[in-house]
Design a binder for this molecule. Structure first.
Ligand code: SAH
Length: 355
């Protein structure tokens, strides 16, 4: 059955017209879906009963159903949501003092094959539709007393490999739900054609690049797509992005003990970004333990401090991502594996003690 979520007000007006009513009904449906968070057609009480019945024969609302929720002490809630075809995706609700963020998935699984990532272990099943992406936001908003003002595309999948649907989902978040585009962040493994296309969209969102290493050898050990797009090519695309959009990027840097966390690598990273004249924060993310065959481990506290100090000494602004929702497996792809492949996840969740 076709879902209503995912359609713009204009498209909903066409739906209303196709059911033989006035198109202004489309605006009412849109308000129910995107402003009031209706989860069923029946809840749309200002529509004539006959129209609701007629609509329900052809359409469903399409908010994904939670099959599991895990709440952490810090307020983080990790959701496992079921799509219409029974496949599941993860979304995370992240309350902070001054704002609430939602972390959304863009694909079911992922094809990038990053060697530190739980999602990569199961490969790519399919792209999510714009409705399924926005549905994650609406599900979490429906259960939240606070308004979710920020969205990050840092859940399962590579957003720029599902380009059209991700763009459409951002338009729905911005134009229908009313989020500020400035509060939307898309994180990419470095899909060069996608970065260049995004630079032309004239959407003032934030682009985050998962850089994770200052040289191609180390990077391609971590991110196999690194073999396709070299760092130089990716950073040139980022440069074009920031020139065209006048927006700074964020550089995500995953820290893995003994792999990419040395002071020399910090220096190389700072010099690299300076050489490309790329402004923007370096966001340091300590590896969230996943038992992949590489046997990666978390960086020590000292190595994080020294890495950060070296970046700052060379003029870069660095922030350290707080690990949130640790006990609810909030790293990309972890919850789904825990629930759906218990044998694998029992290894993954054997959380390493912090050194
Ligand atoms: N495909 C996109 C977005 C999804 S992943 C991307 O690669 O950017 C979002 C972020 O989580 C990425 O920076 C990714 O490298 C990071 N990540 C994945 N697994 C992780 C883990 N085990 N510990 C810490 N960060 C992880």
């Amino acid at each position: 059955m076709e879902t209503l979520i995912g359609k713009t007000t204009r498209e909903l007006e066409a739906v209303a017209a196709s059911l033989g009513t006035q198109s202004f009904r489309g605006k009412q449906i849109s308000a129910w879906l995107y402003k009031k968070g209706a989860s069923s057609i029946d809840a749309m009480t200002d529509l004539p009963a006959a129209l609701r019945t007629q609509m329900a024969a052809e359409y469903s609302v399409g908010i994904p159903e939670p099959v599991h929720r895990d709440a952490a002490k810090d307020g983080t809630v990790k959701y496992l949501l079921r799509c219409d075809d029974g496949l599941t995706i993860e979304s995370v609700y992240l309350p902070y003092q001054e704002r609430v963020s939602a972390c959304l998935s863009s694909q079911i699984g992922c094809a990038a094959g990053c060697t530190f990532c739980a999602t990569a272990l199961s490969g790519l099943a399919r792209n999510l539709t714009p409705g399924e992406i926005v549905g994650q936001y609406l599900r979490m908003q429906a259960e939240s007393e606070r308004r979710i003002s920020h969205v990050v595309y840092m859940g399962m999948g590579e957003p720029l490999w599902n380009y059209d649907n991700v763009i459409q989902s951002m338009r729905l978040l911005g134009d229908e739900i009313g989020l500020s585009y400035r509060h939307i962040t898309v994180s990419t493994v470095g899909v060069v054609p996608g970065i260049l296309a995004l630079a032309r969209e004239k959407m003032p969102i934030t682009l985050a690049l998962s850089l994770h290493a200052p040289d191609d050898d180390t990077r391609s050990r971590l991110i196999p797509t690194g073999r396709k797009w070299k760092i130089a090519e990716i950073l040139e695309a980022c440069r074009e992005y920031s020139q065209r959009t006048q927006r700074d990027l964020t550089f995500e840097y995953l820290l893995i003990g003994g792999v990419n966390d040395s002071v020399e690598q910090a220096g190389a990273l700072a010099r690299l970004l300076n050489r490309y004249r790329l402004q923007g924060n370096v966001n340091l993310i300590p590896f969230n333990y996943v038992a992949t065959k590489q046997g990666f481990s978390r960086p020590t506290r000292d190595s994080i401090t020294e890495f950060r100090a070296e970046l700052e000494r060379l003029g870069r602004v660095a922030t350290q991502r707080m690990t949130r929702g640790h006990e609810v497996s909030a790293a990309c792809g972890q919850l789904r594996r825990k629930l759906e492949s218990p044998s694998v996840i029992s290894l993954q969740l054997a959380d390493q003690p912090e050194k």
